[in-house]
Write a protein of this length. Structure first.
Length: 398
């Protein structure tokens, strides 16, 4: 008998599913017509198993989340395109689909073509997660071009794009693919979250991305950690990003840690623009390891209670600060008064981790306590109690 569950999850089971016979027992208990989420991360799927899974996916009618992160560990480069093609083709007509996650799969530039039909044909999905896929510039161009085509087709059909989240970090996208990504982002114009950390994108690519993202006025979350905004003293990237900041009035989180915002201690123009109030809703600002010095901290201290009044979390670790910098003390006090926090040292970061662990322990204890209160005696417990009552009534004489 099929289960009525809406979620099919094999996440983290470490299964090696090569054939139809391997995967069928895991699919058989489920009714595909009620399934809303599938999670297969942490298993490895061969071609035949992927084709069987695709047949199951084709029968789904209300599927919202398709999570296929880390499903090809140990697979040959010749297997991945066939398996990926079967899965993506089965999803391309799903108008209910909200999220596709293909992170942590070693596609490289050679195995991305099977994703293209989905990206261009399915214009219902809203969230695309492609993190740590080894795309390289060439693979990045292929996928960004597909997203650009999707935006053009939507516009030609008189429809607004549904895409609002793109996560594509740790993929060596570099400057070679950045202009195509920028063009795709501009064409969609609907993005609220973009995360592209650790991609080796330098100033030319960063500049292109700023111009493309500026066409997305609803952006709330930007993460470009560990890319490069300046180049041998040139600051074009910083200047263009400074001009683009006012395009994002809803911006909540900006992560520009490890981005070489300053090379000789000067105050980055981007920071000056933020201090003038370009983003009044900014809640989290991450600026670790950017060669910032006292002049930058002074500017932040001056604006922390005025133009940065919404800020609650500020990360400044691994910059060139003195232990007793009065500006940092001012910032820390202002943030604390509003329930926020400054992270300026390793100890601050460790403290946050400890607080999170303590909170998780408290929540776990509270959940256990609630479950204990709700425990009802089982039939076995009731029978044991009845037997004990009978034995108590027995008068055993020697």
């Amino acid at each position: 008998m099929a289960t009525s569950s809406k979620i099919l999850s094999l996440s983290g089971k470490g299964l090696k599913l090569d054939t139809r016979a391997d995967i069928d027992p895991w699919l058989k208990p489920y009714d595909p017509t009620v399934i809303e989420e599938v999670h297969f991360g942490g298993n490895t799927l061969g071609v035949e198993a992927s084709q069987a899974l695709a047949e199951f996916l084709e029968k789904t009618t209300v599927l919202k989340v398709a999570d296929f992160a880390d499903i090809f560990t140990g697979r040959l480069i010749s297997e991945i395109p066939q398996a990926l093609s079967a899965i993506c083709d089965a999803l391309k007509d799903k108008t209910s689909l909200v999220e596709l996650n293909l992170s942590d799969n070693a596609f490289g530039g050679r195995s991305v073509e099977p994703i293209v039909p989905f990206l261009t044909h399915n214009r219902s999905f809203q969230v695309l997660k492609l993190n740590n896929n080894g795309l390289g510039p060439a693979g990045g161009v292929v996928l960004a071009t597909a997203l650009l085509e999707s935006a053009r087709l939507s516009k030609a059909a008189g429809r607004k794009s549904n895409l609002h989240t793109v996560i594509c970090g740790r993929n060596r996208l570099e400057d070679g693919s950045a202009p195509t990504w920028a063009e795709a982002f501009a064409a969609h114009g609907t993005l609220t979250e973009v995360r592209m950390p650790q991609n080796g994108i330098r100033m030319a690519g960063i500049t292109a991305l700023a111009r493309g993202l500026a066409k997305n006025e609803g952006l709330k979350y930007i993460d470009l950690q560990d890319n490069t905004f300046t180049d041998d003293g040139a600051t074009t990237g910083l200047e263009v990003w400074s001009e683009s900041l006012s395009s994002w009035p809803e911006l909540h989180t900006l992560n520009l840690s490890d981005c070489v915002l300053s090379t000789d201690g000067e105050v980055p123009v981007l920071l000056s623009t933020l201090a003038l109030g370009s983003n009044p809703k900014l809640h989290t600002l991450q600026l670790q390891n950017n060669n910032l010095e006292s002049a930058s901290f002074s500017l932040l201290a001056e604006s922390i209670s005025t133009s940065l009044a919404s800020l609650r979390k500020l990360e400044l670790q691994y910059n060139d600060q003195e232990e007793d910098d009065e500006h940092l003390e001012t910032i820390a006090l202002s943030l604390k008064q509003r329930g926020g926090k400054l992270y300026a040292t390793d100890e601050d970061e460790e403290g946050e981790e400890e607080e999170e662990e303590e909170e998780e322990e408290r929540e776990a204890e509270e959940e256990t306590a609630v479950q204990d209160e709700k425990v009802e005696p089982t039939e076995v417990d009731k029978a044991a109690d009845a037997l004990a009552d009978l034995l108590n009534k027995v008068d055993i004489k020697s």
